[in-house]
Design a protein around this ligand. Structure first.
Ligand code: EPZ
Length: 425
């Protein structure tokens, strides 16, 4: 498998690209198809990514029939579903936990192997389970798998301990198939939540308040076939914008709702970098530009997204001055720091805070991706550094960046993929 990238750094990235469909919107919307009985969910602008295929395989295992081509996906859901999820797929992708609520609501039962931890933290699903229990599901842990059962769920008020994206999505979908009025408080406010809410409304559920911290759902047992367009991927767009900045190029990204990236744009303003925006495109011209260090804390939307933390840390490694980054969403999302230091990054981890002292030049090195966004950040560093960088374990990056080689090459990157001579990690 071509799992190694050779990058020749120092070339400005210039040109324009179009945003992909959002991975983190498509995954929950795909899971919501399980709420349908003998009906079809059609999705448009679905990105062609590893995780999308993993979710499709999971839904097929449960009984759905899926056709996916040129960004368009149809999911036909039979009258009867299998409610036992396969360990290999669940362990491959944490987002598999998003089928739990729909299966319990639809079939009255579900078995889900506990998703493993990953490089960015333990990532339990206790908030999901507490919410389901609150709605009337019995939750047992048997041989490392969750076994959820119910004789009938009831609409209720759920207050999340933390505005968890996945827990909000699981509760939303479960309540949509549960007659009566449910309220989710301390809900996540991400745009991906609204894309899911839009899908549930198209299916015939009443959902209001998505995008705020209080969502009201009036569910129904019989949801209809629907069609939904996946929103653009704000994390992908942020990654390419920072590639343009770090290589002092000139990048335009089309097809993005710039409201989704306002926290990044305001942080860049603070660093002395001004992007030009229209309602659906953003341009950044960084020739000869320097930027200052900043202080930032990641937080749930509309705060600064944790999924852009590795990428902006990479840009701040080259800033004029010192930056302080506080990761408040995950308990350990600094695995990439060691790899950044191999390329000359001057970074000091102090508990859940990182101090970055900007340096004028970075140098290429052999580095290893630990997770999706860390891998993307290492590619950005390779594009900006002097000399050659080799990024290993690219399998993480293919999970979330559609047509990455084509897009990067079209912007002027000098990158090459080669077979990895190492055993499968
Ligand atoms: C979603 O993950 C995204 N994934 C993540 O993107 C993103 O980093 C995260 O939201 C935060 O924005 C998808 O949407 C598929 P959370 P999710 O529940 O839902 C803790 C990427 O790169 N927590 O909001 O798993 C959890 O450990 C990925 O695309 C509990 O303690 O995130 C974390 O510290 C990486 N118990 C925090 O809450 C729970 O039951 C936020 O997690 C659930 C979460």
């Amino acid at each position: 498998m071509k799992d190694k990238m050779i990058i020749k750094g120092g070339r400005p990235m210039s040109g324009s690209i179009t945003a992909q469909g959002a991975k983190n919107a498509a995954l929950p919307v795909m899971a919501s198809a399980l709420l349908l009985k003998g009906r079809r969910l059609t999705l448009e602008r679905v990105p062609d990514l590893q995780d999308i295929h993993t979710m499709a395989d999971l839904l097929r295992h449960l009984g759905a029939m899926i056709v996916f081509e040129n960004g368009r996906m149809t999911i036909d859901v039979p009258e009867e579903l299998n409610w036992e999820t396969p360990a290999d797929l669940v362990r491959k992708m944490r987002a598999s936990s998003l089928v739990l609520g729909p299966l319990v609501a639809r079939c009255g039962e579900a078995i889900l192997p506990l998703p493993g931890g990953c490089a960015i933290g333990s990532r339990p699903i206790d908030f999901h389970l507490k919410g389901l229990a609150r709605m009337g599901a019995e939750i047992d842990l048997e041989q490392g798998s969750i076994h959820a059962r119910t004789k009938g769920l009831s609409a209720t008020r759920i207050i999340l301990d933390f505005p968890s994206v996945g827990a909000t999505e699981n509760m939303l979908m479960t309540a949509a198939l549960t007659p009566g009025e449910s309220i989710i408080e301390n809900a996540a406010r991400e745009p991906e939540i609204s894309n899911l809410a839009q899908t549930l409304r198209a299916m015939g559920a009443h959902v209001e308040g998505d995008g705020t911290d209080t969502i009201i759902i009036r569910g129904t047992r019989d949801l209809e076939s629907a069609t939904v367009r996946i929103i653009p991927d704000r994390i992908e767009v942020s990654t390419y914008l920072l590639a343009g900045l770090m290589t002092r190029g000139n990048i335009t990204v089309n097809g993005i709702n710039t409201k989704y990236i306002s926290s990044l744009l305001s942080k860049l303003e603070e660093a002395g970098v001004t992007a030009e925006t229209t309602p659906d495109s953003v341009s950044l011209s960084a020739e000869g530009m320097n930027w200052s260090g900043v202080t930032l804390t990641t937080s749930p939307y509309p705060g600064f997204p944790t999924d852009v933390q590795p990428q902006i840390m990479a840009a701040l490694c080259m800033a004029d001055g010192t930056s302080v980054i506080h990761e408040s969403v995950f308990d350990s999302r600094y695995v990439h720091v060691a790899e950044f230091k191999r390329m000359g990054g001057k970074i000091d981890i102090q508990g859940n805070t990182v101090v970055v002292i900007g340096v004028p030049r970075l140098s290429g090195a052999e580095v290893r991706a630990s997770d999706l966004r860390a891998g993307a950040a290492l590619i950005l560093l390779g594009l900006a550094a002097d000399g050659e960088t080799v990024v290993h374990e690219l399998k993480h990056v293919w999970r979330g960046y559609e047509n990455l080689m084509e897009k990067m090459t079209s912007l002027g990157a000098d990158i090459e993929l080669i077979e990895s001579d190492e055993p499968e990690g």
